[in-house]
Ligand binder design. Structure first.
Ligand code: EPU
Length: 453
């Protein structure tokens, strides 16, 4: 299937994939956000490192969690419901190697399997990682991961359908400097170094709150991890780790998504479970764009403070910058701002393609594939940036659109909810990879839609 941005997608065909959305109603009410997709899945992998069962709480009911759950089960980890709703107990006592077909059958749609390398090498002395899936938002290579694993002493054998790893002499501590503060590669190093022999020094590490929460999980397991300013993390390897009991950090990407939904539909949404600290950067931009919010111990209420909204200049960046996962719903809101907004995407090389469908709905967005000169860039980190110039306000009208990826897909749904008329949004199954109870939450907020396919 060819998407409006010229790329192709293979839609997953099952009920719940096509929504007919009648726009124009403000979203009002409460949504609860649970554990972060980008922490819970990694904490689940960490359970492989323990000698006793782990309990993870506030696990979101999303497809990425199901994928990791079945991958763990394929490797002999017993996964059962815990003592409270939304908790999982992960028992690695029966962990064993899995066959290629089994791993491949479960891993197809996710990038998480790459994080199984270190734990499986420690546990079994070998690992097989099939070709990786995940959202189509750029090349998404794994060279940092493989280089780091080689530094620990792993032997990496690239095969036609995946990568076979072994560690004939065990894994030892390493000095590693990442070319870029990659979230996944930092997690790879943490999950490998905690049981490697000796000390690991990781420079230019990612320091996202989800990484800090994973460090918390590993410390509970018995790991010794410290960090210094300037993105340096030290890990002293230990011989044995035990299981953990941990409540996952909330999903700040989901919280930011609902905040933008309130902004663009001129509604008001209380996001229960959202916290200020992890969202400081988002909240600043939200306020500058004309949003308003109240923060309590239980969550954050988001609404529009000004009409029309105000244009902003934003560049995505690693933490503590503005997350790449926040720009898509924000761009939808910026179509209703009075003037010219600029969003620079500096983390991925192909994460503005979704805007073509917004233009089809009446937006005025011009994407500059090689970025824009000017004073917008706080940190000129990478050569691959793109920029979107959004001129508003432009009324949005309904259209037939096909979801390209997780965050772009969410952006399409809120664009359709803000638009005049009816939209048909297909391939929405992808959105449920990362947003739990998505249809239920939309209904609770008063969205007018039907599942038609
Ligand atoms: N990169 C490389 N080589 C590598 C690894 C990364 O060049 O070996 C590049 C990537 O191509 C990208 C940049 O480094 O240009 C950053 O990638 P990073 O490794 O930080 O991303 P990731 O770990 O694959 C996680 C989240 C993403 C989120 C990014 C950035 C998970 C499962 N995914 O991806 O989340 O956008 O960090 O914060 O944790 C999403 O939730 O929709 C999503 C895509």
């Amino acid at each position: 299937m060819t998407l409006v941005d010229g790329t192709t997608a293979t839609p997953t065909k099952k009920l719940g994939d096509v929504l007919e959305i009648r726009g124009g109603r403000p979203l009002r009410g409460q949504v609860d956000v649970k554990g972060a997709k980008n922490l819970a899945t990694k904490a689940m992998v960490a359970s492989l490192l323990g000698s006793t069962p782990s309990t993870l709480r506030d696990v979101p009911e999303i497809r990425d969690v199901e994928v990791v759950r079945s991958l763990l089960e394929v490797h002999g980890v017993a996964v059962t419901e815990g003592d409270e709703a939304g908790s999982l107990v992960l028992d690695p006592a029966g962990a064993a190697s899995a066959g290629f077909e089994e791993i491949d059958a479960h891993a197809g749609s996710s990038r998480i399997p790459i994080l199984f390398c270190g734990p499986l090498l420690h546990l079994l002395g070998q690992a097989f990682i099939p070709d990786l899936g995940g959202c189509r938002i750029g090349d998404r290579p794994i060279d940092f991961h493989l280089d780091a694993l080689r530094n620990f002493g792993a032997v990496v054998d690239k095969q036609p359908n995946g990568i076979r790893l072994s560690a004939p002499d065990g894994l030892h501590g390493a000095n590693i400097e990442l070319p870029y503060p990659s979230v996944g590669a930092t997690e790879q190093v943490l999950l490998t170094a905690v049981k490697a022999k000796g000390v690991t020094e990781l420079r230019n590490a990612a320091i996202e709150p989800e990484i800090m929460d994973l460090i918390g999980v590993l410390q509970k397991m018995g790991a010794i991890i410290s960090y210094e300013p300037n993105r340096v993390i030290f890990i002293e390897g230990v011989d044995e780790l035990r299981g953990y009991d941990h409540r996952s950090l909330f999903d700040r990407n989901e919280a930011a998504s609902w905040a933008c939904a309130a902004l663009v539909t001129d509604g008001e949404i209380f996001v229960k479970g959202a916290r200020q600290y992890e969202m400081l950067t988002f909240l600043n931009v939200f306020r500058k764009a004309g949003g308003d919010f109240d923060i309590t111990d239980d969550g954050i209420t988001f609404r529009r403070g000004e009409t029309p909204l105000k244009p902003v200049k934003v560049e995505t960046d690693v933490h503590p910058g503005f997350m790449t996962d926040w720009q898509q719903p924000l761009i939808v809101a910026l179509t209703q701002a009075n003037g010219e907004s600029v969003v620079h995407e500096t983390v991925y090389e192909n994460r503005l393609g979704f805007t073509a469908a917004l233009n089809k709905m009446g937006a005025d967005i011009v994407v500059h594939e090689n970025g824009l000169d000017g004073d917008y860039r706080r940190v000129p980190r990478r050569p691959l940036e793109q920029a979107a110039v959004i001129t508003g306000p432009t009324p949005l009208h309904g259209a037939d659109i096909v979801v390209p990826d997780l965050r772009g897909g969410y952006a399409y749904v809120i664009a359709a909810l803000a638009a005049d008329g009816t939209s048909r949004v297909s391939n929405v199954g992808i959105i449920r990879r990362g947003y739990e109870k998505f249809f239920e939450k939309l209904s609770d907020l008063g969205a007018d839609f039907d599942v038609v396919g």
